[in-house]
Design a protein around this ligand. Structure first.
Ligand SMILES: Nc1ncnc2c1ncn2[C@@H]1O[C@H](COP(=O)(O)OP(=O)(O)OP(=O)(O)O)[C@@H](O)[C@H]1O
Ligand SMILES: [Mg+2]
Length: 260
């Protein structure tokens, strides 16, 4: 794999149930449709919602690989500097195996987030593997776990753009404001841009009211979309959403604003 390309990494975060997975899936759909871009979709939510939204079957999560390695460590296999490259090669192979390849994008599911403290060696090796794997792609899109916790996790360390999704509720806006504070102001993430996407909006008036209450930069807003409701109802992957649907158009506009 070519490891010299410039990778743009975008993480999508926010409160539970606000539309993170839908927004990420639509971004993957639109970027894949352009053709010519190597796209890696990372499902960082343990419930593996992005894989479902993209209609991809996950064979193995990073957590599965971690558990296999931990079992080897328990059996007495030691991983120190003398065999580190051997382990890296093995992990590389395993991680590629875990990638669900679609014709237009690859998907890597993280599974359960790493437990801190124990097996740091295994976690650190996996972090390196994910990093080098990402470098082979033009765009990496991460569908985050709900809430604030994850911005401190390793998978989020190399993010360029943090897309904060909220519905129009005060709770949703509070959560994204806290994420921005932890990730950006406290420098937990090295991201260059943080912006807000308002989802399930009824009209522009709602957007303006929220903008009066927050200092977050608006990347765009997505209306309540009956297509998404319908696809959700039938369990149809959002990849098949018509280009003319309101949410599809709105996400296209958001990608333009992000200059992706
Ligand atoms: N613009 C929209 N119009 C209509 N329904 C929407 C819209 N955006 C999201 N939904 C619906 O809202 C629900 C939550 O969306 P989604 O799963 O994308 O949120 P999430 O933030 O990823 O949730 P979780 O925190 O559980 O991972 C889903 O049923 C989805 O179909
Ligand atoms: Mg989700």
């Amino acid at each position: 794999m070519d490891n010299t390309r410039q990778t743009r990494t975008i993480a999508v975060c926010g409160k539970g149930g606000v539309g993170k997975t839908s927004v990420t899936a639509l971004m993957v759909k639109l970027l894949a449709k352009r053709g010519g871009l190597k796209i890696l979709a990372v499902d960082a939510d343990p419930s593996i919602g992005l894989a479902t939204a993209l209609g991809v079957e996950v064979k193995k999560t990073v957590d599965d690989i971690r558990n296999e390695l931990i079992a080897k460590v328990k059996k007495g296999e030691r991983y120190d500097k003398s065999n580190i490259s051997e382990v890296l090669n093995m992990l590389d192979y395993e991680v590629f195996d875990a990638l669900s390849e679609d014709s237009h994008f690859a998907l890597l599911a993280i599974g359960r987030p790493e437990s801190s403290g124990c097996y740091c060696q295994v976690n650190d090796l996996l972090k390196d593997i994910i990093k080098s794997l990402s470098q082979g792609f033009d765009v990496v899109l991460i569908d985050g776990e709900a809430g604030v916790e994850q911005v401190n996790r390793r998978v989020m360390k190399t993010v360029d753009d943090l897309v904060l999704v909220s519905d129009t509720s005060a709770k949703g806006i509070n959560v994204v404001s806290t994420i921005k504070h932890v990730a950006y102001d406290n420098k937990a993430m090295a991201c260059q841009r943080v912006g807000l996407v308002l989802n399930r909006v009824r009209n522009e008036e709602e957007v303006n009211k929220i903008l009066n209450k927050t200092t977050l930069e608006l990347l765009g807003w997505i209306p309540e979309d009956d297509y998404i409701r319908e696809y959700d109802f039938d369990n149809t992957p959002l990849l098949k959403l018509p280009d003319t649907s309101p949410s599809n158009r709105a996400v296209e506009h958001i990608l333009e604003t992000l200059a992706i």
